[in-house]
Ligand binder design. Structure first.
Ligand SMILES: Cc1cc2nc3c(=O)[nH]c(=O)nc-3n(C[C@H](O)[C@H](O)[C@H](O)COP(=O)(O)OP(=O)(O)OC[C@H]3O[C@@H](n4cnc5c(N)ncnc54)[C@H](O)[C@@H]3O)c2cc1C
Length: 602
């Protein structure tokens, strides 16, 4: 496979963290499960990451750091999360710094960069309140203007790293009468506050990510200087919503890491456990479940990596794209983890026994990803509000629009192409109906047609792809028709049906992302990727949730995909369209999961 340099940070981090199956390693499954049992914050692991200087990759190059692309970022957050989402999430609250990179003054940026790089500084996001979760405008924490600053009063809860962090991004009400301009965002530096005027709330006991600093923060007549305000009074909601466009997309990396471990640890079992004289992996139904899980990862990869690159090319489209990724990837992989636990059998529920009980921890930890940073319904709702403009824009595309979309799609999806620097100032609250991946679907179909002239592709694969691709187009046309004829309202009282329609839009979006990813990278991501059988199976998998299709398109494609999955597993490579090298396992003596005696009793 061609070496893509944007994956080298992740590969090096992987190597240095070592095999997670070796209990002596800093973030081994044994260590992270032990930490989870104590529920104590993982200080040593976080310090290890700071000493490795990973924090530099959270600071953009123009602010003196090493961050250059979201694609690179997603890859190394995935590496952290495949070992432990608790640590991955705890360290990655650093990413809230993007609020400052996006909206801070030069002085604020400089101060923050220094704090992160040289003082092991970190931050938390204080948006939610006990009485007002998703309803940011309904918040009660107030900031009253006084000479030289503001007086804060109120509490934020539940907040990850509220206690163990130096900076809190606090969304406060500056206009009691409400409205879109009633909020102001502060980058509150605790070290510069009167310690008598703020307090931390007790640790919250959670179902998963138990070792997190899950707490809250409160202010009582607390003075914060004007220098801690981001942009202008009243700009808080706009900054918050634009910041979410960045972080919601990146949440996908947490899910991808967890899903890799869920699948890998299940394979570890299924390839060794003997039932009825053969391995679990050799039974048709579990084999299909594991192949489907692998396909889910590949599909989510196309959507996530596409969006991570898309940020650099079309930031103005992310009011749509971020909602699609946050909804689709996190829920698809949550379901995938639930599907594979059936194959792992009873061990999925045990807090020891198989790979130190990492699966049950993954299951618990991962279930928060689709909830925080805007829950599933909040993201679908945000998408619903844009469905009509999306449909209108699509119906008005002209040939020059298509040519522009094609140019952008190529930069977004060609992994070898350099990306422009991310410009957060170009994020928009509403994307004016533009959504390149789906609006460029006809371009992909034409590219498939053109491939008929080349000889390197299996004719049947191409035929399948054309058929399935045209079904995606048919479904998209139906969708547009439905939206055009529907009663559409702004606000929160959206019909349950519209939520289902929005889900379907996300599904079609993922199908388009898979097509583009394959078309632009056919020759650089290895033979398995190039052959396209996985793409046939993936499109079929996505379409099957929308319309009636035969259960199986090709047993040969399934078998070849199963073989690829086993190969990646044996070679310790990431389950991904970019299967980079993971830390090599020392291949401990393969432990059988049953003796024949036990089998007879079962
Ligand atoms: C472990 C954990 C970590 C967290 N970390 C942070 C953090 O660091 N910073 C932070 O600010 N917050 C954080 N949160 C808070 C989290 O973002 C909120 O819990 C989330 O926004 C949902 O809020 P809520 O549960 O209060 O639900 P509510 O807003 O009270 O909503 C209740 C229910 O109403 C329905 N609903 C809400 N909106 C809509 C809609 N538009 N359309 C249809 N139905 C809707 C849904 O069913 C929803 O579950 C964290 C939460 C947890 C559990």
């Amino acid at each position: 496979m061609h070496q893509l340099k944007q994956y080298s940070v992740a590969e090096t981090l992987e190597k240095d963290l070592g095999d997670p199956l070796d209990p002596n390693n800093i973030m081994s499954f044994k260590q992270v499960v032990d930490i989870d049992e104590t529920e104590e914050f993982p200080h040593s692991q976080i310090e290890w990451l700071y000493n490795w200087k990973l924090q530099h990759y959270y600071v953009p190059a123009e602010c003196g750091g090493e961050f250059t692309s979201f694609e690179e970022f997603v890859a190394f957050v995935r590496v952290l999360s495949r070992r432990d989402q608790t640590i991955g999430i705890a360290f990655t609250t650093l990413f809230w710094s993007f609020i400052t990179w996006m909206s801070g003054s030069d002085e604020q940026k400089q101060k923050l960069a220094n704090y992160i790089k040289n003082e092991q500084g970190t931050m938390c996001l204080g948006y939610s309140e006990r009485e007002h979760g998703s309803d940011l405008v309904g918040g009660d924490l107030t900031a009253k203007k006084v000479s030289g600053g503001y007086i804060l009063n109120g509490e934020k809860w539940p907040i990850n790293r509220a206690t163990i962090s130096g900076i809190s991004y606090i969304l406060a009400k500056t206009a009691p009468e409400g409205g879109a301009k009633c909020l102001t965002l502060f980058m509150v530096n605790k070290r510069e506050l009167d310690p008598e005027k703020y307090y931390n709330l007790p640790k919250i006991l959670t179902h998963g990510i138990r070792a997190s600093d899950m707490s809250g923060i409160g202010f009582k007549d607390c003075f914060v200087p004007d220098s801690m305000r981001l942009k202008n009074e009243g700009d808080g909601l706009e900054i918050a919503l634009k910041g979410f466009q960045i972080t919601r997309t990146l949440c996908a990396a947490f899910s991808l890491g967890a899903a890799d471990t869920a699948l890998r640890t299940t394979l570890n079992f299924a390839s060794k456990r003997i039932v009825y004289g053969k391995t679990v992996f050799d039974l048709p139904q579990p084999r299909q479940t594991l192949v489907d899980a692998f396909l889910d990862l590949l599909i989510c990869d196309c959507e996530t990596i596409g969006s991570a690159r898309g940020f650099h090319v079309v930031p103005e489209q992310f009011s749509v794209w971020a909602s699609v990724v946050k909804y689709f990837v996190t829920t698809q992989l949550e379901t995938m983890i639930n599907n594979v636990y059936v194959v792992l059998g009873s061990r999925f529920y045990m807090r020891e026994e198989h790979d130190w009980g990492i699966f049950q921890k993954v299951l618990r930890d991962n279930s928060i990803i689709s909830m925080f940073d805007g829950s599933t319904v909040v993201n679908l709702h945000a998408l619903i509000l844009q469905l009509r403009p999306l449909t209108k824009y699509r119906s008005r595309r002209k040939s020059n629009t298509m040519a522009e979309i094609q140019g952008r799609l190529e930069t977004i999806f060609s992994l070898e192409k350099p990306l422009p620097t991310f410009t957060p100032t170009e994020l928009e609250l509403f994307g004016r109906g533009i959504d390149d991946p789906l609006q460029g679907l006809e371009i992909a179909l034409q590219q498939l047609e053109d491939l008929k002239q080349t000889s390197d592709l299996d004719e049947q694969v191409l035929e399948n792809l054309l058929q399935l691709g045209n079904l995606v187009l048919e479904e998209l046309d139906n969708h547009d028709q439905l939206i055009a004829n529907s009663k559409f309202e702004y606000g929160h009282d959206q019909s349950p049906e519209l939520f289902e329609i929005a889900k379907k839009y996300c599904n079609l979006h993922a199908a388009a992302a898979c097509l583009h990813m394959w078309l632009y990278n056919r020759t650089i991501l290895g033979d398995f990727f190039a052959k396209g059988e996985w793409l046939v199976l993936s499109l079929h998998r996505l379409l099957r949730t929308i319309r009636h299709l035969p259960y199986c398109l090709s047993e040969i494609y399934v078998e070849n995909t199963a073989q690829e999955l086993l190969k990646l597993y044996k070679e310790d490579k990431l389950f991904s369209i970019v299967p980079f090298q993971l830390a090599q396992s020392q291949s401990p003596e393969d432990k059988p999961y049953a003796t024949s005696g036990l089998q007879l009793k079962a």
